[in-house]
Write a protein that binds this ligand. Structure first.
Ligand SMILES: Nc1ncnc2c1ncn2[C@@H]1O[C@H](COP(=O)(O)OP(=O)(O)OP(=O)(O)O)[C@@H](O)[C@H]1O
Length: 446
């Protein structure tokens, strides 16, 4: 699906309704020019959607939706209501319904059965007709925040190792479900006790929704169908990311809007941030995306969970910068790609060796492991990885990051790798065992 048009780099833009009206961008709020035909549906705190969902707060937004925290007044529980743009494809609800109907029992060794716990349950779907068209609304469980957002708010402090391992294990278990994986689409589960809050308690603990007036350039009147205020997303109270306990490391995947069924359709576009996209996406754009592409993005997501920054990310991630990082870490590209990369001679010899003008580091895997995974934990006086675990981790990641998709390892090899079985799964199972103990200790319901 192509991205909506007419957005400028500062997030300001023109409304499809009236091309003369331009909106000032508001941090953490959706772009208001998308409140036009085919775009977002205007939703406000206090609205009742689908005749039973009372809107309490905003959870976030994406290119194709705004997402709201609501009280289901029929079941008296908190839910997330994703109100899709009128031009969004119906793919996400189809995929979630399909996943919901999958048998719970068949596990052919690709992690499918265990990974199903991380797939959101589609609780309901309904449709809203509004000034900008017809909008599909998806009702799912509420997540606490994305792992990316938790890291960002915690100044990218590292996660405790058992927590990072348990999250990484869950990501690996979910790869059976094709998905453009990145930490912005991985939500921490909302702790059980938060579900017991009344609406009043929720507002006391999280604060009232923050509203900011929408402003247009030259003070032009706000067109009908565009909200007068921007609602900023809620922040559920949580420990700083480096203090997050193992019991809060459950994750659930969000955004199945870009999922696809490779047996039935081809996909060429990759919707992950540029630094987690596999190199074939850049160098072989006419070939359809294949399962090995997900293995590459999975490796990037596992690294980003364990480390303080993503493995191929630079402050300003352009395609060239990302390829530069990949060649620093993984060596020369395959010949036919190397030839295509025009910027290669700027910083590399024809053999793929980095040309170092000063004593700046070469971002090899080893360097990055020390710098992004170990150093921060030392600084925060946290447990670091021992050399046996480092060996096992890098031995798992390298074949996942083979340049050529056909040379990458497959899911079963990732699941059976020493790092997964000896280091990540025990922490994941430890987290689950604690949960079960807690359930058994909980006083019986009155
Ligand atoms: N169930 C949920 N619980 C809590 N927050 C959620 C939930 N679903 C989505 N969000 C928040 O809303 C944001 C947008 O959701 P999502 O990525 O699904 O939207 P989208 O329009 O499909 O995005 P994209 O731009 O990636 O296509 C997420 O980044 C997350 O912060």
């Amino acid at each position: 699906m192509s991205k909506p048009a007419t957005q400028s780099s500062d997030g300001a833009g023109t409304s499809d309704l009236d091309l003369d009206v331009r909106f000032h961008a508001i941090d953490d709020a959706e772009p208001f020019y998308r409140y036009g035909l085919g775009g977002y549906h205007p939703v406000a705190i206090g609205d009742r959607l689908g005749s039973r969902y009372h809107i309490l707060h905003k959870l976030g937004h994406g290119s194709y939706s705004t997402v709201w925290l609501a009280r289901d007044q029929t079941l008296q529980r908190l839910v997330a209501v994703k109100v899709c743009t009128a031009d969004a494809s119906p793919r996400e609800s189809e995929i979630l319904s399909l996943l919901k109907n999958l048998s719970e029992v068949d596990d052919d060794g690709d992690g499918g059965a265990l990974g199903r716990g991380m797939i959101p349950t589609l609780l309901n779907t309904f449709r809203i007709d509004g000034p900008h068209g017809a909008h599909t609304c998806l009702v799912t469980d509420v997540g606490r925040c994305s792992v990316h957002e938790a890291k960002r708010r915690g100044s990218y402090a590292p996660l405790m190792l058992p927590v990072a391992r348990a999250i990484a294990a869950q990501l690996i278990l979910t790869v059976a479900y094709l998905h453009d994986l990145h930490l912005g689409n991985v939500l921490l589960r909302l702790p059980q006790e938060f579900h017991l809050w009344s609406d009043e308690e929720l507002l006391v603990r999280c604060g009232e929704p923050e509203l900011e007036p929408v402003q247009t350039f030259d003070d032009k009147p706000i067109p009908p169908g565009v909200p007068l205020v921007a609602t900023l997303p809620v922040w559920f109270p949580m420990e700083r990311i480096n203090k997050l306990p193992l019991s809060d490391a459950h994750v659930v995947l969000a955004d199945f809007g870009e999922s696809y069924r490779p047996s039935q359709e081809s996909k060429f576009e990759c919707c992950t941030p540029v630094h987690c996209r596999p190199p074939e996406n850049r160098f072989e754009p006419t070939k359809p995306k294949s399962f090995p592409s997900d293995i590459w993005t999975l490796a990037c997501a596992v690294w980003a969970t364990l480390a303080q920054r993503s493995v191929f990310e630079m402050f300003w991630s352009t395609e060239d910068n990302v390829t530069w990082m990949q060649v620093q870490a993984l060596g020369k590209l395959p010949d036919e790609w190397w030839e295509k990369w025009d910027a290669r001679s700027k910083d590399f010899t024809e053999e793929g060796q980095p040309i170092r003008a000063d004593d700046s580091p070469v971002y090899t895997f080893d360097y990055q492991f020390e710098d992004a995974m170990q150093e921060g934990r030392r600084r925060y006086k946290m447990e670091t990885m021992d050399s046996a675990e480092k060996e096992a981790l890098l031995a798992k990641l390298r074949p996942m990051l083979a340049y050529k998709p056909e040379q990458r390892c497959n899911v079963k090899e990732v699941l059976g790798s020493e790092w997964m079985t000896r280091y990540a799964m025990p922490d994941y199972e430890g987290m689950r065992a604690r949960d079960e103990l807690q359930v058994r200790r909980a006083p019986p319901a009155k």
